[in-house]
Ligand binder design. Structure first.
Ligand code: MN
Ligand code: MN
Length: 464
């Protein structure tokens, strides 16, 4: 045998792309960019996913509704998570083909009592969400998204807030210190350059012109007057609001050759989009029932009612199983799951943290990750050899360009995904996803080749 046959080499996928793939990959990336711009919060992403699903013949499904093979259904969890399914020809006792990705992304949340005036300027106090480098969130345009549940005379009215995404909209910003006065700041550790309590969003400076008003905080008053006019809210309504600041720029191509997509929120909307669209595009009834689970709260530990640790998933699966008189435990036992989450892409600017034989590389394809975690494999489900073999064979048979991925050098740091929460439920689970450059930054980068190969990989997995 030749060395090429005997060695495993991480290779760029460009020379293995078919001409069909080359064309399809560009078109596919356009749809993905539109999804990113629309779905900058988990709520907005769920809404956009419903629109895409309904356009492909999916319908809302609830407990007790009849089901037959070939049915395409979805169920929403509190506007922040969504489960999509296509009912297969086989019994649920034979298990499902499950993909699980997350729709939340690191961002800057608005606090419950956020509005104040200082130096005749108005600000929102914030609390960052997820693992961010705080200094990266200053001096960039931000938009405000979310909902406010306005309480008035015992009545609750939910209003949607979305400011900064339309061309004529104002935007927001967290200011940074000028270099001229930053001698002390620049000598600090990066974790202290901008403190959590320093992430204050500038929201206005014009005082209220209410003539008879004796209020000392006229700028704050003007902001409240605006919010009252626009949304009917008073300051107390911030208590029942979920507002956040996300980057106010759109997804775009990167590079002369347009081979990359730069955007906010690739982690993990890239796996959400590829796993979901592969399911939406299934023709007819697959062998096994296919389920795509898009959850919230992964970036803060998968806790809560909309996170992967919630019983919401088990309840959905139990309801599905009940329609066929199958025990959910039996279904889980025979299921296979791709925990669909991004991994780090080797960055030549920071080679010292990577182990180049094991870390994923941009343009080498969909990355299969046996384990994540930190230190001595702590906090990972560590997929079995048998499962790795099974998934490798599926990808190879379908002509998916894929590679292995891992999270940098041993003891360099670490991280986790939702994989362990699914594996803990007795479902064979392995991580698979798209390699990302600048992960968790306001502007992350992925390769279009890897994006399209993730879609192809998920498709092959569902059909297996
Ligand atoms: Mn992720
Ligand atoms: Mn993440």
């Amino acid at each position: 045998m030749t060395s090429e046959q005997l060695f495993y080499d991480k290779k760029t996928g460009f020379d293995r792309l078919t001409s069909g793939d080359k064309k399809a990959l560009q078109t596919y990336a356009e749809g993905y960019k539109a999804f990113l711009d629309e779905g900058k919060t988990e709520r907005d992403a769920v809404k956009e996913m419903v629109r895409l699903a309904e356009s492909k013949g999916f319908r809302a499904w609830k407990r007790g509704d009849a089901l037959k093979s070939g049915d395409k259904i979805y169920q929403i969890n509190r506007e922040k998570g969504i489960t999509l399914a296509v009912i297969g020809k086989k019994s649920l006792a034979d298990g499902v083909r499950l993909t699980a990705a997350h729709l939340d992304a690191p961002r800057v949340d608005i606090r419950t009592v956020p509005l104040y005036e200082d130096g005749e300027m108005a600000y929102f106090k914030t609390h960052y969400y997820g693992g961010i480098k705080k200094y990266q969130w200053t001096a960039i345009p931000l938009e405000l998204r979310g909902v406010v549940c306005v309480c008035h005379n015992g009545q609750v009215k939910k209003v949607e807030v979305r400011v900064g995404d339309k061309p004529d909209d104002p935007k927001f910003v967290i200011t940074d210190l000028l270099p001229h006065l930053a001698t002390e700041q620049m000598s600090k550790k990066a974790t202290e350059v901008v403190k959590g309590e320093g992430l204050n969003v500038l929201v206005g400076s014009a005082p209220s012109d209410a003539a008879e008003e004796k209020c000392a905080e006229k700028v704050k008053l003007a902001v409240m007057e605006h919010l009252n006019r626009a949304y009917g809210m008073t300051e107390a309504d911030f208590l029942s609001a979920e507002l956040c600041c996300v980057p106010a720029f759109g997804a775009c191509d990167i590079g002369f050759d347009r081979s990359f997509v730069g955007a906010y929120g690739h982690d993990d909307r890239v796996c959400s989009y590829t796993a979901a669209t592969a399911l939406l595009d299934l023709k007819g009834a697959p062998g096994h029932t296919c389920v795509c689970l898009l959850v919230d709260k992964e970036e803060i530990g998968s806790e809560g009612v909309t996170g992967m640790q919630s019983r919401a998933f088990d309840t959905f699966m139990a309801d599905l199983c009940r329609s066929q008189d199958v025990l959910p435990e039996e279904c889980y036992e025979h299921s296979v799951c791709l925990s669909a989450d991004v991994c780090n892409a080797f960055d030549p600017n920071f080679p010292e943290v990577s182990e180049k034989r094991n870390d994923a590389k941009a343009n080498c394809g969909f990355a299969l990750v046996k384990y994540t975690g930190s230190r001595g494999k702590s906090g990972t489900s560590d997929a079995s050899a048998e499962l790795m073999a099974r998934i490798r064979c599926i990808f190879d048979k379908a002509g998916v360009i894929w590679q292995t991925g891992q999270l940098g050098k041993v003891d360099q740091g670490g991280g986790g995904t939702v994989a362990m929460y699914l594996a803990n439920r007795n479902i064979d689970t392995v991580d698979a996803g798209v390699p990302v450059l600048s992960m968790h930054a306001p502007f992350e980068v992925i390769a279009k080749l890897d994006l399209y190969m993730a879609y192809k990989g998920f498709s092959a997995f569902y059909k297996d």
